[in-house]
Design a protein around this ligand. Structure first.
Ligand code: PLP
Length: 409
């Protein structure tokens, strides 16, 4: 057997372990005493139009076509609907023939990385980052270069990026709104990033791709806007998923969009088709492709997440916890109350609080709290977060929080 695959399959997943522990613990002490903040599974129902559209499709005439294969890159009508929607809402140039339907962001990323990278290439990303980036990049034969972010804001540290880009750099991979920090890259950051990559491409005389992982694009709060990357940098590939925006993570549907302005856009798209073929990601789920074509613009009720964020972030701040204020997604990335985040999570478990250590996200000394849970669970968990903070003497070990930290922005 392949030893790398064996090692990937047998390696423990911290999040999965915590989730299993939660189920066991709930059976022992009662579900009301376990507060599982480990999983990024949307807690809000899909919008009603999803169910209505699926129902109408299932009751419509030709069931063979409905469930049959689409073309490998996806149904033309679906790709056109997506292209039209991006053009209308973002004012970006689009082309259905540069869209490839996939099984969620995970497939979008594995395909894109395989389409771009050759053995020995490097892909740069910024910590904290989605844990699977390492696996996806290595599967594409490349190496993930993990750069620390500005610790006060979790924005890009451009001095580190400037030094890291070299002749082996095939791509820079970003995720905004971010899992696990919830941070959004604004227009200024994106402008600077585009300028730096253009300068480096010229100096090194090579294409450097910008891969933007966007499952949380619509999950933003307080009127925050997420810039559309193809308008800022030509060699951009968008990896999108409906897992979070429509609360459909189990249905595995998303897409890849190659910017029409990219150098060799058509060739890269063919490489995307090739990678999809090589990895077995052809013809994304047909029923859901057809639903997507009719549900462009629909989004789950994100105000629920916003209220959760406010309730949890406000209370944690009061108890002496520190974190960068999240503008999007549904995670808080909180400073652990001791250096070893694993030890802190073990202590939290005593109170039934199930949190994920930040180490796997490339950031030691932090924990991720997924607040895509019921508001009731959050309010019941708060006294335990308070007791946990008290166990550490609350703010005693904390210096004054720097600018940009929750509540100080
Ligand atoms: N990228 C990020 C940042 C994520 O948080 C996730 C899932 O949580 C994925 C990719 C994978 O998304 P999907 O379930 O659509 O494959």
């Amino acid at each position: 057997m392949n030893s790398r695959m064996y090692s990937l399959g047998s390696k423990r997943s911290v999040i999965r372990e915590i989730f299993e522990f939660g189920k066991k613990r709930a059976a022992e002490v009662g579900a009301d005493k376990v507060f599982d903040f480990s999983l990024g599974n949307p807690s809000v129902e899909p919008p009603a139009v999803v169910k209505e559209t699926l129902k109408a499709l299932l009751e419509s005439g030709d069931q063979t076509a409905l469930h049959g294969y689409t073309s490998a890159q996806g149904d033309p009508a679906t790709r056109k609907a997506i292209a039209d929607y991006i053009a209308k809402t973002q004012g970006a140039e689009t082309d259905p023939d540069l869209i490839y339907m996939t099984c969620g962001a995970a497939a979008s990323l594995t395909i894109t990385l395989s389409a771009i990278c050759n053995a020995g290439d490097e892909v740069i990303t910024f910590a904290p980052f989605f844990t699977e980036y390492r696996v996806f990049t290595e599967t594409a034969g490349a190496k993930l270069i993990e750069l620390a972010s500005d610790p006060d804001t979790f924005q890009i540290d451009f001095s580190l990026l400037e030094k890291a880009v070299n002749e082996r750099t095939a791509a820079v991979l970003i995720n905004s709104p971010n899992n696990p920090s919830g941070v959004v890259y604004g227009e200024e950051t994106i402008g600077k990033l585009a300028a730096l990559l253009e300068k480096k491409s010229r100096e090194l005389k090579k294409e450097i791709w910008l891969i933007t992982d966007e499952p949380y694009r619509e999950l933003v709060y307080g009127g925050v806007r997420v810039p559309y990357l193809t308008k800022y940098y030509k060699n951009t590939v968008v990896c999108y998923s409906y897992s979070k925006s429509l609360s459909l993570p189990g249905e595995r549907i998303g897409y890849i969009f190659v910017n029409p302005h990219a150098e060799n856009a058509r060739e890269l798209y063919l490489a995307v088709c090739g990678a999809g073929r090589a990895l077995g990601y052809v013809c994304a789920p047909s029923l859901f492709q057809k639903m997507i074509a009719k549900c462009q613009g629909a989004v789950s009720d994100v105000s629920v997440y916003e209220r959760n964020r406010d309730m949890l972030a406000g209370a944690l701040e009061e108890y002496g916890y520190r974190c960068v204020r999240p503008d999007g997604a549904f995670y808080l990335f909180v400073k652990s109350l001791e250096e070893d985040a694993y030890a802190f999570c073990e202590r939290a478990k005593k109170y039934g609080l199930l949190l994920v250590p930040g180490d796997d996200f490339g950031c030691k000394g932090y924990v991720r709290i997924a607040y895509c849970v019921s508001p009731d669970m959050i309010s019941r968990s708060l006294p335990y977060f308070k007791k946990l903070a008290e166990e550490y003497g609350r703010q005693k070990s904390w210096e004054t929080p720097p600018q940009g930290v929750m509540g100080k922005k």
